[in-house]
Write a protein that binds this ligand. Structure first.
Ligand code: 5GP
Ligand code: MN
Length: 336
């Protein structure tokens, strides 16, 4: 759905543009941001990407990543760019709170806010919104924003294609999730035609673990995995001591929750991590089990039906117990 399309004419003249995405960007967040960045620059705009935090090392190869501005490292510059932007793109999030420390700066900025996103329940903050909760990834929407909304598919270069391919690949679990429609595969084919080297992107993202990360995952599988067969549920609870012991850095915990979901029969998987300032929670599910409802109702979060997240300021053990205590409410759907 596209609303506010009259504003698109603004792009016909060079503008000052800042691209933002959610805190702790994942492959879709960074891939969408860099893909759009390269396209807008090729159209003559002044473009910067401002992030609220660093990004995982498995994304530290994407074309253009060295130009990204990380707010905690360049506060004054980032704040001034946001203040003076004609257009602020808001990618891969639909609630401003997901930009963490950037939220007040974006909220108060006088420029237009253009949201491109696929999360449910969007907050009403955008001047232009290109939103589809059925899209497999924001990177898919960036592709159709360029190709369909702006009729400019021929401008998709190899570097744009590479960034968007990585975004779609990571948000679909390598084209495995239910969101991976024929339309997604058509777009992927177009991205490969445009120069995305698919095999190389898989290597960069999936074969780039540090030894520490693999040992951390081994430790979690051996010591932290709990299976609750009566509710077809499995979870990991990770303490801050565990994180310190394995020198866990941004991105090292990515994908861990999927190991819990890969246990035969498990339909709901949870990962709880003690990030000191709060407990961060990730949920994954199969089929009808509404992770986003659980996160929204009980853990100040949200997301997609089969992948969502939230947080809590309670103790790790309390949060895990709270999660266990709500399982009976979903018994029917969990054991169906
Ligand atoms: P992850 O578990 O990988 O951190 O997040 C999975 C999905 O859950 C994200 O794509 C996002 O849609 C959603 N999500 C994660 N954390 C939060 C949160 O704190 N609040 C909301 N509203 N959504 C979240
Ligand atoms: Mn996404």
């Amino acid at each position: 759905m596209l609303t506010g399309q009259k504003k698109l004419q603004l792009l016909s003249e060079p503008k000052n543009i800042v691209i933002t995405t959610h805190h702790k960007p994942d492959g879709d967040a960074l891939g969408s941001s860099l893909g759009l960045f390269h396209w807008l620059k090729s159209k003559g705009h002044q473009v910067e990407i401002v992030l609220s935090s660093d990004f995982p090392s498995f994304l530290d190869w994407m074309p253009g990543r060295e130009e990204v501005i990380i707010y905690p490292e360049s506060k004054d510059k980032a704040a001034s760019l946001l203040q003076n932007a004609d257009i602020i793109y808001c990618l891969d999030y639909s609630a401003l709170s997901r930009t963490n420390i950037l939220e007040p700066l974006i909220r108060e900025a006088k420029g237009q806010k253009w949201m491109i996103d696929h999360h449910l329940d969007p907050e009403d903050f955008a001047d232009l919104s290109y939103w589809d909760p059925k899209a497999a990834a924001t990177a898919q929407l960036i592709y159709t924003f360029i190709s369909d909304v702006n009729g400019d598919a021929e401008s998709v270069t190899a570097e744009i294609a590479t960034c968007l391919y990585a975004g779609i690949m990571t948000d679909t679990g390598s084209f495995r999730f239910r969101s991976t429609t024929a339309a997604v595969h058509h777009i992927i084919a177009a991205l490969i035609d445009a120069g995305a080297r698919n095999w190389e992107i898989h290597e960069y993202i999936y074969n780039s673990s540090t030894e520490n990360r693999l040992k951390f995952i081994g430790y979690c599988l051996l010591n932290c995995l709990e299976v609750i067969p009566e509710y077809n549920t499995a979870l990991f609870a990770i303490t801050k001591e565990d994180l310190a012991k394995f020198h866990v850095t941004t991105g090292d915990t990515e994908g861990l929750v999927n190991y819990a979901l890969s246990v035969k029969g498990v339909r709901l998987a949870a990962l709880f991590i003690d990030r000191t300032e709060l407990i961060k929670l990730s949920l994954r599910s199969i089929g009808e089990i509404p992770c986003n409802e659980i996160c929204k109702k009980y853990f100040n979060g949200g997301g997609h039906q089969n992948a969502s997240g939230g947080s809590s300021s309670e103790e790790l053990s309390q949060v895990v117990n709270k999660f266990k205590s709500i399982l009976p409410e979903y018994q029917e759907i969990l054991t169906k």
